[in-house]
Every structure is written in structure tokens, then in C-alpha cells.
Write a protein that binds this ligand. Structure first.
Ligand SMILES: [Zn+2]
Length: 157
């Protein structure tokens, strides 16, 4: 064994933040509650959410095809397919710092106020075009989970 465990040292419990990796096969317009009708271009999206009580249950809910439409993301999920989900178990709220990190990365477009009407972030939904998710996930792993890490950012394709 060398070094310390990079993930949470203590049992974080079933709470934390998550990412949904989404793909939309056609450009479309979707009515998203109070945000009105929004244009969604075809391509890949990353949504940042959190569940401070029941992380796995929340992600499982997103994966269920039939459910009441409650959050902004539910409206998009009715049309987009979920490519993957990544959980970040933690006692701390990491959702907004994850969203800010994604927002700062180049070639990423935020969909204004989507999923962030309660927290004041510009958005919790990001369009990454046709790019694969891998580069973004590696960047988040360095900057969020692995501590300060290297300062370089970008897509490792
Ligand atoms: Zn936020």
C-alpha cells in the first residue's frame, strides 16, 4: 500500500452528488417548467445533481422510464437517453462545485438556469456537443476527487 486512499476516507453514506451522461439523437425543443421552451441540439450533455438522502435511489429514479415529471431534468430525460451515471458519494454538497468545474472547461455550453434555480449556479446542465464523455470525467477526477492535481485542463482524446 502506498499513499492514502484518494476517495473519502470515512464512509460517506448514501448521499452525495451525481452526474448523468446524456445523449440526444435529434435536435428538439422541450418545454422545461418555468424556463419555458428550450432548444436542445443533438449531441451529448452532462447533468449535475445531488441527493443528500438516498443517492442510489435518486439515480435509479432517473433511470426508470416511467415517473412523474418533477424536476427540469425529467423533461429532458423523456427525450434523451442516459449513457451513464457517475456517483460521487460524500457528506459534503459537491454538486455546485462539480457544476462550476464543468462550466469552466472549454467548449462547454451551459443551458441557463437548468437545474439550478435554487442554488444560483449558471446551470447544472452542460452541452458538450459530439465529444465523448471520457475527457470530461478524467478532468473531474483530477480536479474534484483527486484534490488540486495538475492544473492543466482539457480534453484527453
Ligand atoms: Zn448549483
Amino acid at each position: 500500500m502506498r499513499g492514502r486512499c484518494r476517495r473519502a476516507a470515512r464512509q460517506p453514506g448514501n448521499r452525495g452528488a451525481y452526474l448523468l451522461l446524456l445523449s440526444l439523437s435529434d435536435s428538439t425543443t422541450i418545454a422545461v417548467g418555468g424556463l419555458g421552451r428550450l432548444q436542445f441540439r443533438c449531441g451529448n450533455y452532462i447533468y449535475v445533481g445531488s441527493a443528500m438522502g438516498g443517492l442510489e435511489a435518486r439515480v435509479a429514479r432517473h433511470l426508470r422510464p416511467k415517473k412523474r415529471l418533477h424536476w427540469h431534468i425529467d423533461r429532458l430525460l423523456a427525450r434523451a437517453s442516459i449513457v451513464g451515471a457517475v456517483m460521487f458519494p460524500s457528506r459534503k454538497r459537491q454538486e455546485c462545485s462539480l457544476a462550476k468545474t464543468i462550466h469552466k472547461s472549454p467548449k462547454t455550453a451551459a443551458l441557463a438556469r437548468f437545474g439550478s434555480t435554487d442554488c444560483g449556479c449558471p446551470s447544472h446542465l452542460f452541452y458538450i456537443g459530439k465529444r465523448p464523455f471520457g475527457g470530461m470525467l478524467r478532468m473531474l477526477d483530477r480536479t474534484q476527487i483527486g484534490g488540486p492535481g495538475p492544473s492543466s485542463r482539457g480534453w484527453a482524446d
